[in-house]
Write a protein that binds this ligand. Structure first.
Ligand SMILES: Nc1nc2c(ncn2[C@@H]2O[C@@H]3COP(=O)(O)O[C@H]4[C@@H](O)[C@H](n5cnc6c(=O)[nH]c(N)nc65)O[C@@H]4COP(=O)(O)O[C@H]3[C@H]2O)c(=O)[nH]1
Length: 742
């Protein structure tokens, strides 16, 4: 391989190198030196020198060509366009990138004016900078639109430099960079920033740990927090506490699974106000699918919700009376049916139709009619409990939904009250006094229908019958209920009158010591002496008095009368007797029986030890722990306590042990068939045994025969009462009987 020679080596060195090469040739010239040989030697040296120079030149040429190729590669394929432009704006040279940018061949560009490719509107910009370049010689950098051959304009950044041409004149080196993409990005970012800032929705961006990184202006306006206050915090500061943890857990599960969640949420502003938001949260992931950010966008939907609520209200209410309409009645009815069937409760649907309403409309006009309907709505609403629903179905038709009734006849009580209330005179704002009435049809759940349609149909049918029978009254869907209800309502008003007119009396049924046969006391039993109907037994009126609460008043009167009578007998020298008084469940549960009894004992002076209170099993079982307390307090007063009708209710040994009782009364139903019925014999004997084990006295009720008495005596029963000795009799007869027995 030939040694690469340096073209720049000096001639002395060149000769030295040539000599060295000649010296290694086979014929040594030095040995035969003559002029001729010297000349040949000299020529050989020159030849070698020339060869070496030629070799160097050829090598230099190669290098030059290589660097030209390299230069053109760099020049042509540079990522930016290069142009050389004459001082007359003619394009002298251009690289391939520039031709590609302008969409033309190099040939089509050379010798063409550069301004031919600049958008007409931007040419002034070009000339201005060219002028400045010429004047100052300083590089000019500016942006303007170029136009491709296909007519499409695009953004270019030009960098122009002044340089000297080979002829000594001036020319421009121009760098041309396509900045369309950057411009588009800039525009996009500017628009996005404007959108972000001017959006009406609050926007917050958090990192993957939910630390807030950015919020927009709407965020600060909606939440009341400044940007500085929330940066670095988590969205937890916005929590209202209205949603439970399960809500947030479900939300994050959805974001993690789908990358997105949207829903309504209640959040709290800085001032503490809680408001509804429509919130969407998106997870932002990088190319490795890792969450890098969360973006939350929300709007305050208070107004929207209010509007929806308002629309919902309008859709479910009657605009004239503001009462719920048919649609809402249906919804409530469905809900009530569901609840009542689950909890085994009783409900009633009452359909009302105003009587003679048309007359008011015809006589006084529609405005007066409307006013009357509004007054009716108010009167109905005032008469009902909060849980009941009053609705206007249209025209003069109303409906009532009564929930959680304790008795089918409660609906009749309400209906009767409404019939009465609506039949009272009405005063209109025009000064007129009008009278209308109302007819009512009642259907009961579950007796008269299992669904809303059936209940409505049957209440309608009942209403039809009520109107048919002369208006101003009510009818149940089943006739027997109507009759029973009417009887009961009549009884109630009669009973109220009986109290006022002192038609109630107390009778005394003797209680006897089985072993001695002596009368040791009496049970006080109520009798109602009705002027027309004669004596009404307590079984007919006590339940009505219980349901209407009248029993409170009656029961207190009984206690007072019995104590007064007992004290009278004591003062008259009659040996002490135990007087037993029935205490109703209502008396036991409502009011303060302990205080009122203490006052009665105090007022009458009757010794508490001679008073026995009879309670039923059901009265004790309803509020067991409270019952124990009340019994303890009654015991403290000194009165005796007996459990009535034992065996018919819960008959639990546990409560017999818990309650402080003195006496147990075996229910008449177990006495009736002894000694014939073996089962009853065994039950009666067992009750006596249990009572004695618990140290309670036992009294058998309803003893009618000697056989019964003998059986009870044989099994150790302590006392009895019953027709065998005497029914309940007046106080006078009782004393006569007592004297007879002693
Ligand atoms: N067939 C028959 N009956 C007998 C016999 N011996 C007693 N009776 C009746 O059995 C009932 C016993 O009273 P009770 O179980 O407390 O049952 C009473 C009691 O629960 C209630 N009651 C009566 N007076 C009052 C009262 O002042 N207050 C309260 N809360 N309830 C009362 O009314 C229920 C019924 O009372 P009455 O009709 O007086 O009926 C009485 C009495 O007349 C008999 O040998 N044969």
């Amino acid at each position: 391989m030939k040694k690469q020679l340096d073209l720049t080596q000096d001639p002395v060195q060149l000769r030295r190198n040539a000599e060295q090469q000649l010296a290694v040739k086979p014929e040594p010239v030095v040995a035969t030196l003559s002029d001729e040989k010297k000349l040949v030697h000299e020529l050989q040296v020159h030849q070698i020198e020339l060869e070496m120079l030629y070799e160097n030149l050829r090598h230099a040429q190669d290098e030059l060509e290589k660097s030209w190729a390299c230069y053109f590669d760099l020049y042509d394929l540079a990522p930016i366009g290069y142009l050389t432009v004459s001082d007359a704006d003619v394009i002298l040279n251009v690289n391939l990138t520039a031709t590609a940018l302008l969409g033309v061949t190099r040939k089509a560009l050379i010798k063409k004016p550069l301004t031919g490719f600049i958008l007409a509107a931007d040419q002034d910009v070009y000339y201005l900078h060219r002028k400045q370049l010429m004047e100052t010689g300083k590089k000019q950098v500016f942006e303007l639109h170029f136009v491709k051959q296909n007519g499409i304009a695009f953004w270019v950044r030009l960098e122009m430099n002044l340089t000297t041409a080979t002829d000594g004149g001036q020319m421009f080196r121009v760098v041309m960079i396509d900045i369309s993409l950057q411009k588009a990005n800039d525009d996009y970012l500017r628009q996005a920033a404007a959108m972000f800032e001017s959006a009406r929705e609050g926007v917050m961006v958090t990192d993957a740990d939910a630390k807030i990184l950015v919020v927009n202006r709407a965020f600060t306006e909606l939440t009341g927090y400044s940007t500085a206050e929330v940066l670095g915090q988590t969205p937890q500061i916005l929590k209202s506490g209205r949603q439970d943890e399960a809500f947030y857990q479900a939300m994050w599960v959805e974001i993690n699974n789908t990358g997105y969640w949207q829903g309504e949420i209640w959040n709290r502003r800085k001032n503490g106000e809680i408001y509804p938001q429509m919130l969407s949260i998106s997870a932002v992931r990088n190319e490795y699918q890792q969450v890098t950010h969360y973006v939350g966008v929300f709007s305050d939907i208070t107004q929207l919700k209010d509007a929806v609520d308002r629309l919902d209200y309008l859709a479910h209410h009657d605009p004239l009376t503001d009462l719920p309409n048919r649609l809402l009645l249906f919804a409530r009815l469905e809900h009530c049916i569901e609840l009542s069937s689950r909890e085994r409760k009783l409900a009633a649907l009452l359909m009302l139709d105003l009587d003679r309403f048309k007359d008011v409309n015809d006589s006084f006009g529609h405005l007066a009619g409307d006013e009357l309907l509004q007054q009716v709505a108010r009167r109905l609403t005032n008469r009902l409990r909060g849980v009941d629903t009053v609705t206007r179905l249209g025209g003069d038709e109303f409906a009532l939904l009564l929930e959680d009734l304790s008795h089918p006849q409660d609906a009749a009580l309400v209906a009767a009250e409404i019939v009465k209330a609506l039949s009272e005179p009405w005063r209109l704002s025009n000064g007129a006094e009008v009278r209308i009435g109302v007819s009512i049809g009642i259907s009961l759940f579950p007796d008269h229908g299992k669904n809303s349609e059936e209940l409505l149909q049957h209440a309608d049918a009942a209403l039809y019958r009520a109107k048919d029978e002369g208006r101003g009254n009510f009818k149940y869907f089943s006739e027997d209920l109507t009759e029973a209800a009417i009887r009961r309502i009549n009884l109630e008003s009669l009973l109220r009158r009986a109290i006022v007119k002192e038609e109630l009396r107390i009778y005394y049924q003797p209680q006897i010591d089985i072993n001695s046969g002596a009368i040791i006391g009496a049970e006080a039993l109520l009798r109602w002496h009705h002027p027309e109907e004669g004596v009404i037994p307590p079984s007919q009126f006590i339940p009505v008095a219980e349901e209407t609460g009248l029993i409170g008043e009656i029961g207190e009167w009984v206690l007072l009368e019995v104590c007064r009578q007992g004290q009278c007998w004591l003062e008259a020298g009659i040996p002490p007797l135990t007087l037993a008084v029935n205490l109703s469940p209502h008396q036991f549960r409502h009011g303060d029986i302990v205080a009122s009894l203490a006052a009665i004992l105090n007022e009458t002076g009757f010794p508490a030890e001679y008073l026995e209170l009879e309670l039923t099993e059901s009265a004790l079982m309803t509020r067991e722990s409270e019952a124990v307390q009340i019994l303890e307090q009654l015991r403290t007063l000194g009165v005796r306590l007996a459990i009535d009708d034992f065996g018919t209710g819960y008959s639990s040994l546990a409560y017999l042990k818990r309650f402080p009782l003195d006496r147990l009364k075996i229910d008449k139903s177990f006495i009736d068939d002894i000694p014939q019925l073996e089962d009853d014999n065994e039950i009666a004997a067992a009750i006596i045994g249990i009572a004695h084990t618990l140290r309670l006295q036992v009294l058998a009720e309803g003893v009618e025969t000697e056989d019964q008495l003998n059986f009870l005596k044989k099994h150790g029963c302590d006392f009895y009462q019953g027709f065998y000795k005497s029914p309940a009799v007046s106080a006078e007869t009782f004393i006569a009987l007592l004297k007879q027995c002693t």
